[in-house]
Design a protein around this ligand. Structure first.
Ligand code: ZN
Length: 828
């Protein structure tokens, strides 16, 4: 990081002073890879000393008017789930929420309402929607009214909900809500409420910030709010509080200290945010180090996310796993924050990457439902269990507006509003920065306080031209910053239609400082070439990218409603109606030449993130890989080494931006007909049981069908195949049974016990025996050999042959433990 800074100072390329013919305008164009202000002094509220000076600052909410597709996303959000969530979320019932009660008492008082209001309020401020603003205000006023003399506000139960100690997590979200409301309204009461609350926080011992699972890991959010308040009030004890929180919380500055996907997405930045106070280089470097550590193992595919479903798990790195919707929106928020803290353009790139490629597909195109897990390879979104393919059991892939995805259902709200608020930033040297590109208009102060507006016209991220038009009341000198993305080789810029002397390099800021006139235009061209990105750590798979967008196979989607909870709020499964098991045939000498671009003429559609409306397609050559078929969980099986061997026909296939593809293959294998290409194995699929199985009890997430499905375990703790368990019965007598449906002569059975010692509470049984059906009775078999309880092997018992219609296996579970069976074979 230190070296990078030195480089940045040296990397002053393309300095040019030119004289324009009409008015002898002085002009300076530079490219910087990192923005490092020498001192504080922004036109808007930036860092106050002793905090490190802000390279960029957020503009007041309302300064930026989003347009085009981004505005339409916000309108869909208003008319969809976030805007109307109170119709279906009990946590938003004002009469039952302890966030709404003056005494802080009620039925619901944890993270759900704050998660929703955090984005809902901003949605109103960005759209200038009075109905939403009024509704948001109702909740904010209630929170203000609930503040006690000691500073606590909101739910009283949170004061003691962590074993008698306060749970500080939900208030971290609530502080974000208050910050946005203050930015929008300037209501001075907000500062008082926050000061009172943080004064109360400052009476807590340092250890209080290390309490509870979520609060201690996410307390970096609290530090950010303390800095925000310090910058607006100058109260020095707020910095003391920030130091105390940092000292007490789980320390992301030391390492990736937790592997939960949302914790990573919001926690990884904590050390770098605290650097603004500590000035320790190791703190500054920690966000980048953490990001790389996570992504180098779990993010080796396109889309900007990583496999963390629910946690990152060793060995689960294939893009059939994915990231939670909460993880996506927290990542974008973190990247926006880090842009302003570090002045490094790479965070803007990362923000666009996940926002364009993963976020749209986390929701239905009408934003009336979402799912929990979004993956780069995800070819069927049914409602059934995907565990152990992904960590959580139950519904995770299908789209629902209901509390099955309770956190995401509320927290998705801030994704697009925060994004829209960060398109433009104020700069330390009294200019403006186009940080994230989208059609928009910004009205803001520059120079010594002159109000200007800049309209940004573009089809970005689908088109490569961005046109900026300035409106100014007078000629005014200020710097205009343009972020040059990682992929933008040979970017160029024109000022008032004439090529400007600039040769901006990827991953930099192009800074044009000149005496601007009303009506001046700047045209930025960011050439979008089709490129092939190779993922050596993921079996040499590839992704196809153009500009900030990665591309997916276009898979025909069949949408099917399920459930019947509320006719206004359908739930959806999505099934593939066209083949998806393609690998790409690439010319190694010219990988990019294997593709051709198809752009649709006409204006950009309002909602470009659907297969039907997407304005750009790529044609590619591909062959099917016959062995690559849905596995037993109806998930796409993990990638195997590329190139995959296949002799299937060469076909032309269509690729679409992966953000528009709810069914997707975006991490592609390559294919080859050569004899030394890799032969792929088909997934193991369970056979239907030959005998009818039943049991005294079976855990809901397990299956009785596992007993006779023919899938033999690798060991007693094998989580890759279906299992049967008696969970959560412990220490009891239990049984499983096969009904043959005919008379069979049997003399031997073999049992493979499930035992998850080290991970769970299932063990081999204390003892067991075998019974056979004799008329209406169960009788023990005779002359049985040893009833074994060995792990990691089949336990075979031989006995005097019986002729019977069924066998029953009776177990006595170990005291305090449950048990299960992975496979039960019967020898006829
Ligand atoms: Zn969530």
């Amino acid at each position: 990081m230190c070296d990078m800074k030195l480089d940045a100072l040296k990397l002053l390329v393309g300095l040019a002073i030119t004289a324009m013919s009409h008015a002898a305008v002085s002009q300076e164009i530079v490219t910087l890879t990192e923005i490092q202000p020498a001192k504080s002094g922004t036109l808007y509220t930036g860092n106050r000393e002793p905090l490190a000076p802000s390279p960029f600052v957020k503009l007041p909410i309302g300064a930026i008017t989003p347009k085009g597709w981004l505005r339409h996303q916000l309108e869909l959000e208003r008319d969809g789930m976030t805007g109307r969530l109170k119709e279906i979320s009990p946590w938003l019932d004002f009469s039952k929420s302890s966030w709404a009660d003056k005494e802080g008492r009620g039925k619901f008082g944890w993270e759900e309402m704050p998660y929703w209001l955090k984005g809902y309020g901003d949605l109103g401020y960005v759209l200038k929607d009075e109905t939403i603003i009024a509704e948001a205000k109702k909740w904010i006023e209630a929170a203000i009214a609930s503040q006690r003399d000691d500073g606590w506000f909101g739910p009283r139960e949170l004061l003691t909900s962590l074993n008698g100690k306060p749970d500080l997590w939900p208030h971290m979200i609530m502080l974000n809500i208050l910050q946005s409301y203050y930015d929008y309204s300037g209501d001075a009461r907000i500062l008082t409420v926050m000061l009172n609350y943080m004064k109360w926080e400052n009476t807590l011992p340092t250890s209080a910030f290390g309490e509870g699972y979520w609060p201690k890991i996410r307390a970096g959010d609290n530090i950010e709010s303390a800095f925000w308040l310090y910058n607006r009030t100058g109260e020095p004890w707020l910095l003391e509080l920030a130091r105390k929180i940092h000292a007490g919380m789980a320390r992301w500055d030391t390492d990736v200290i937790n592997w939960h996907n949302v914790n990573i997405a919001q926690g990884f930045r904590a050390g770098t945010v605290f650097w603004m106070l500590s000035k320790e280089p190791a703190h500054l470097a920690s966000a980048e180090r953490n990001y790389r550590k996570v992504m180098d193992t779990y993010g080796q595919f396109p889309g900007g996310g990583f496999v963390g479903d629910e946690n990152c798990r060793p060995g689960f790195v294939d893009p059939r796993g994915g990231i939670e919707t909460c993880g996506i929106v927290e990542f974008t928020h973190s990247f926006q924050m880090l842009t302003k803290v570090t002045g490094q353009p790479v965070w803007g790139d990362r923000c666009e990457e996940i926002a364009f490629n993963s976020f749209p597909a986390s929701m239905t195109p009408d934003q009336k439902a979402l799912h929990y897990i979004t993956s780069a390879n995800q070819v069927q979104l049914d409602r059934h269990n995907k565990s152990p393919g992904i960590q959580n059991g139950g519904t995770m892939f299908s789209y629902s507006p209901f509390e099955v995805y309770r956190c995401c259902q509320h927290n998705v709200s801030h994704g697009w509003p925060y994004y829209a608020e960060e398109l433009w930033l104020g700069t330390h040297d009294h200019g403006l920065c186009a940080s994230l590109y989208a059609a928009s208009e910004v009205r803001a102060k520059v120079a010594d306080g002159v109000n200007v507006s800049i309209s940004e016209e573009t089809d970005y991220p689908f088109g490569e031209i961005i046109l900026f038009k300035l409106s100014a009341p007078q000629s005014v000198t200020f710097p205009l910053y343009l972020r040059i993305p990682r992929w933008a080789e040979n970017a160029s810029v024109k000022i008032n239609g004439r090529p400007a002397p600039a040769n901006p390099k990827p991953l930099s800021y192009l800074i044009i400082k000149r005496q601007w006139q009303d009506g001046d235009t700047v045209t930025l061209q960011l050439p979008m070439k089709i490129t092939v990105r190779k993922w050596p750590k993921n079996h040499d798979s590839i992704s196809v990218e153009r500009g900030p967008l990665a591309y997916s196979l276009a898979i025909k989607e069949r949408w099917q409603k399920y459930g019947n909870r509320n006719p206004n709020w359908p739930e959806w499964e999505v099934f593939p109606d066209s083949p998806w098991n393609y690998g790409l045939e690439i010319n190694p000498a010219d990988p990019a030449g294997s593709f051709s671009l198809v752009t649709k003429p006409g204006p950009l559609p309002n909602q470009p993130f659907t297969p039907e409306t997407v304005p750009v397609q790529i044609k590619a050559k591909a062959r099917k890989i016959p062995a690559w078929q849905l596995d037993r969980l109806n998930m796409v099986p993990a990638l195997q080494p590329s190139p995959a061997k296949t002799t299937e026909l060469l076909e032309e296939i269509t690729l679409i931006p992966m953000g528009a593809a709810r069914l997707r293959i975006a991490a592609f294998p390559t294919v080859s007909t050569a004899p030394d290409a890799y032969e792929w194995k088909a997934p193991l699929r369970p056979k239907p049981s030959a005998y009818k199985p039943s049991a005294s009890h079976c855990f809901a997430n397990d299956t009785i069908e596992a007993l006779g499905d023919g899938l033999e375990p690798a060991n007693s703790n094998d989580h890759s195949i279906p299992r049967f368990t008696w969970w959560d019965h412990r220490g009891t007598s239990e049984w499983v049974q096969y009904d043959f449906g005919k008379i069979m002569r049997v003399s031997s059975v073999s049992v493979y016990w499930f035992d998850d010692t080290g991970a769970g509470q299932c063990r081999v049984p204390e003892s067991w025996r075998l019974l056979y059906r004799a008329g209406n009775e169960w009788k023990p078999v005779e002359n049985a050999s040893e009833y074994g309880t060995r792990r990691n092997t089949f336990n075979t018992v031989n006995f005097k042959p019986v002729e019977t219609t069924g066998l029953r296996l009776e177990v006595q579970l170990q005291p305090r433990f449950s048990g299960g069976i992975l496979e039960w074979k019967v020898k006829e």
